[in-house]
Ligand binder design. Structure first.
Ligand code: NDP
Ligand code: X2W
Length: 313
C-alpha cells in the first residue's frame, strides 16, 4: 500500500521541488490538482481530506485556509509556510534540533516546516544554548545571504525578467533594513533565547543556496568557554546525522552554492584564538534543507517511511 500525498501549491517554487523529490517514489502516490482547479476551494478540500498526508506550499494566509479545510482527523499536515512555526499544538519540523524530536515527528499530525534562515541559525545556536555555552539572555547577531529563489516566483521573475515587477540588475542586496523580519520570532523561540536576535538578511544573484553567519566573542559566552567547547557541542549535537554535519576541515572560502541542489546542512566553526572570536557559518540550500528537503524528511517521519528517502544527500 502506498501513502497518498497531496501537494497544495504544487506549481510554486517549493511545491515543484517537493514534487521532484516524490515523483519517482514507489512508496508514495502523489496527488496534485490540474491547473484549472488548483485554487478551487472545493477541489482542494476534497484532495486535502482524501490524502494520508498533505504538504502546504502556499503563502501564509492560503496555508491557514487549507488547515481549516482539513476535517479528516487522520490527515498529517506538513506546512512549509511561516503560518504555524511558532503556534501551539504544532511540532516544529527540525528533526535534528532537539533530542527526541524525531520521535515526536513520527506521531505528529501537524508539522511546521522551519524557515530557511532559521534552519541555519538554529543549527548553529541551539546546541550552544542547550549546553549552557551561550547564555540565553545574550543578544545574538545573525547575518545571512540567500539565493534569489528564496523569495519565490515573484523574486525569481524580478531577477530574471527585465519586464517583471520590481525587475533588478543587482548582484547583491541587503533588505529588512528596519530589522523586523518574519523569521525573528521563530529564531528566538526555537533557539530558547530570551532576546530577539539581530537579523541581517541579504539576497544574491545566485538562484539557490544560503550562507548564515553567527559571530561570537568568547567573552560573551559562559566563563571558560573555548572554541573547542563550541566545536565539541556542535559535533555532538549532529553526531550520526546524514544531513547535518560540522565540517572537520575549514575551507579558505565558502561559496553560497556550496550545498546547492542537496538537502545537506554543513556547519563551520572558524576562530581567531588571539582575538577570542568565533565565526559560525551554516551552508544550506534555501530550497533543500531550507524548504523541500526538510518537508520530505518530515513527511517521511510522519508516515513511518525511511527518514532520508528521496532526499539529496
Ligand atoms: N522559496 C523558498 O526558498 C522558501 C519558501 N518557503 C515557504 O513556502 C511557501 C511557498 O513559497 P514559494 O514556493 O517560494 O512561493 P511561490 O510564490 O513560488 O509559490 C506559491 C504558490 O502558491 C500558489 N497559491 C497562492 N495562493 C493559493 C491558493 N489560495 N490556493 C492554491 N494555491 C495558491 C501560487 O499560485 P499563483 O502563482 O497562481 O498565485 C504559487 O504557485 C511560502 O509560505 C514560503 O514562505 C519556505 C522556505 C523556503
Ligand atoms: C530571499 C528572500 O526574500 N527570502 C524570504 C524568506 C524565504 C521564505 O519566504 O521562506 P520561509 O519564510 O518560508 O522560510 C524573505 O526573507 O522573506
Amino acid at each position: 500500500m502506498t501513502i497518498r500525498v497531496f501537494i497544495d501549491g504544487a506549481v510554486g517554487t517549493t511545491g515543484l521541488e517537493i514534487r521532484d523529490r516524490l515523483i519517482d517514489r514507489s512508496d508514495i502516490t502523489l496527488v496534485t490538482l490540474p491547473d484549472a482547479l488548483r485554487k478551487d476551494a472545493a477541489a482542494r478540500a476534497d484532495a486535502l481530506n482524501a490524502a494520508d498526508a498533505v504538504v502546504l506550499c502556499l503563502p501564509d494566509d492560503a496555508a491557514r485556509d487549507a488547515v481549516a479545510m482539513v476535517q479528516n482527523p487522520t490527515v498529517r499536515i506538513v506546512d512549509a509556510s511561516t503560518a504555524h512555526r511558532t503556534a501551539d499544538r504544532w511540532t516544529y519540523g527540525f528533526a535534528e534540533l532537539e533530542p527526541g524530536r524525531t520521535t515526536e515527528l513520527a506521531s505528529a499530525k501537524r508539522i511546521s516546516n522551519p524557515g530557511c534562515y532559521p534552519t541555519g541559525f538554529l543549527a548553529l545556536v541551539r546546541p550552544l544554548v542547550r549546553a549552557g555555552l551561550l547564555p540565553a539572555d545574550r543578544t545574538v547577531a545573525v547575518a545571512a545571504t540567500s539565493g534569489y529563489s528564496g523569495g519565490g516566483k515573484d523574486m525569481i521573475a524580478a531577477f530574471e525578467d527585465p519586464a517583471a515587477k520590481g525587475a533588478t540588475n543587482t548582484g547583491y542586496r541587503l533588505y529588512a533594513l528596519g530589522l523586523g523580519h518574519k523569521h525573528v520570532r521563530e529564531m528566538q523561540q526555537h533557539g530558547g533565547l530570551a532576546r530577539a536576535p539581530i537579523f541581517l538578511p541579504a539576497v544574491a544573484r545566485s538562484y539557490r543556496g544560503m550562507l548564515v553567519e553567527v559571530p561570537l566573542a568568547l567573552d560573551d559566552l559562559a566563563p571558560g568557554t573555548t572554541a573547542a567547547h563550541v566545536r565539541d557541542a556542535l559535533a555532538e549535537a549532529y553526531d550520526g546525522s546524514r544531513l547535518v554535519s560540522l565540517a572537520t576541515e575549514l575551507p579558505a572560502v565558502l561559496d553560497i552554492e556550496r550545498t546547492a541542489r542537496t538537502d545537506r546542512l554543513e556547519l563551520f566553526a572558524y576562530d581567531d584564538p588571539a582575538a577570542g572570536q568565533i565565526r559560525l557559518i551554516a551552508a544550506l540550500d534555501n530550497l533543500g534543507k531550507g524548504a523541500a528537503g526538510a518537508a520530505v524528511q518530515n513527511l517521511n517521519l510522519a508516515c513511518g517511511l525511511p527518514e532520508t528517502e528521496g532526499l539529496r544527500l
